[in-house]
Write a new protein. Structure first.
Ligand code: HEC
Ligand code: HEC
Length: 364
């Protein structure tokens, strides 16, 4: 073999080992099947189920967790932007809560660690724009509802009294029971011999190949837990509706953003890191259960999965970290078919009965 041929051969062999382009998808973690359900303490999760639906956990008793996280919508709310507490409105989309226990980061800007669900629950209960309640107020309310006090004592012991921080732990235990459900795609990921519909199979190959989705959407939820800028357009209602702008600015103030009154667009993870490079970055969302949780993106500006795939295909909006993909119409349809196939039918969820306060008003 001549010298140059040997060199070319060496380069090609080397390249087979290290030049795996994104098309191969091999350098990214894979998609993973759904793990076994979480082991929970049944009495604690049962108490948490009651509390999730309990409106007296909000300041004026008007709303529960389930008012914004609807079981019939995969625990999202179907609105582009979430409502806020009475007299406020929020500036982001309410995320679904199926399989939330498996998330690495919580909130669209990733401000909380996924391992700390009780803190997320506490923020939901106490923040002025979610439920606006005080921990000591609600612990006394629970003490004044005989059936809930009994459930509390089943969970925490016969002598125990309702206590704010434990209340958040109970709701977090309930959240751990919300699984997105097994799908045909999970069976393929487990190596079972199942036949996927042709479009789904094609979409699954595109997801890790030409579509490059696997770069960011990987692991068990289809999320790497990191934040990227896709250049998603602002939702016009934030600038147009004073109540949403007020909440946005309050969020910046709470997070210690410098010169926060001048931040009139949602800068995503920048409010957490204060690094300029993070402006406009949001945490990669999980992709399980998407058929239940639209509209999509951190501000709900994209109504359908077709819109979302077309947006990624054109390389996103201004400042995006995506590359244009040049997908054909058929390939976009196949990707949507795959995303839909990764949603299981909604798991059944019943509402607990509503209970009154002690009739005599005397706390036990
Ligand atoms: C007024 C509407 C509203 C209410 C009430 C509400 N939430 Fe939320 N929830 C949201 C919104 C909006 C977000 C996303 C906030 C963000 O990213 O800035 C969120 C985020 C979350 C998250 C993080 C999810 C993720 O994927 O990052 C959890 C967990 C959660 N809520 C649980 C609860 C629980 C439990 C309750 C009741 C104690 C509750 N929420 C009450 C609107 C609400
Ligand atoms: C560079 C990382 C990256 C790549 C590559 C990527 N995405 Fe995304 N994706 C994101 C981020 C970040 C968001 C949320 C952006 C926002 O709201 O500002 C998102 C949003 C989505 C959503 C909306 C989910 C929801 O609940 O709102 C879907 C669906 C989605 N991506 C599918 C795909 C598909 C399909 C591909 C491949 C064609 C892909 N993504 C490639 C990072 C990425």
């Amino acid at each position: 073999m001549s010298g140059w041929r040997r060199t070319l051969g060496a380069v090609l062999t080397g390249c087979l080992l290290i030049c795996k382009g994104p098309a191969a998808g091999a350098e990214y973690p894979r998609l993973e099947p759904l793990p076994a359900p979480a082991t929970v303490k049944p009495a604690l999760a049962k108490l948490g189920w009651h509390l999730f639906f309990e409106p007296r956990l909000s300041g004026d008793g008007s709303r529960s967790c389930a008012s914004c996280h609807l079981p019939s919508r995969g625990y999202a709310d179907g609105q582009p932007l979430s409502r806020g507490y009475n007299g406020t409105e929020y500036f982001r989309n309410a995320p679904g809560l199926l399989s939330v226990r498996l998330k690495a980061r919580l909130m669209w800007d990733g401000r909380l660690d996924g391992a700390d669900l009780p803190t997320a629950v506490r923020d939901m209960v106490t923040e002025a724009h979610f439920m606006n309640a005080d921990g000591r107020l609600i612990q006394e309310r629970i003490r004044q509802i005989p059936e809930l006090l009994a459930l509390w004592r089943d969970a925490f012991g016969a002598q125990s009294q309702p206590y704010g921080p434990q209340l958040f732990v109970a709701i977090a235990e309930f959240l751990k029971t919300l699984d997105s459900g097994d799908t045909l795609v999970d069976r393929v990921l487990r190596g079972d011999k199942v036949t996927l519909p042709p479009a789904v199979r094609e979409g699954m190959a595109l997801f890790s190949g030409k579509g490059q989705c696997i770069r960011c959407h990987n692991g068990v939820l289809g999320s790497d837990g990191k934040a990227y800028r896709l250049g998603v357009p602002e939702h016009p209602a934030i600038a147009a509706e004073p109540l949403r702008m007020i909440t946005l600015l309050r969020h910046h103030a709470t997070m210690g953003v410098p010169n926060y009154m001048a931040e009139r667009k949602d800068p995503g993870t920048y409010v957490v890191s204060k690094q300029a490079a993070d402006r406009g970055r949001f945490v990669t969302p999980a992709l399980r259960g998407l058929t239940h949780t639209g509209p999509y993106m951190h501000n709900g500006v994209l109504a359908t999965l077709d819109d979302v795939v077309a947006f990624h295909d054109k390389g996103g909006g201004p400042g995006s970290e995506l590359q244009p993909l040049g997908l054909t119409a058929r390939e976009r349809t196949a990707l949507v078919a795959f995303l839909r196939a990764w949603s299981a039918p909604l798991p059944a969820m019943s509402e607990p009965p509503a209970y009154d306060y002690w009739l005599t008003g005397a706390a036990r």
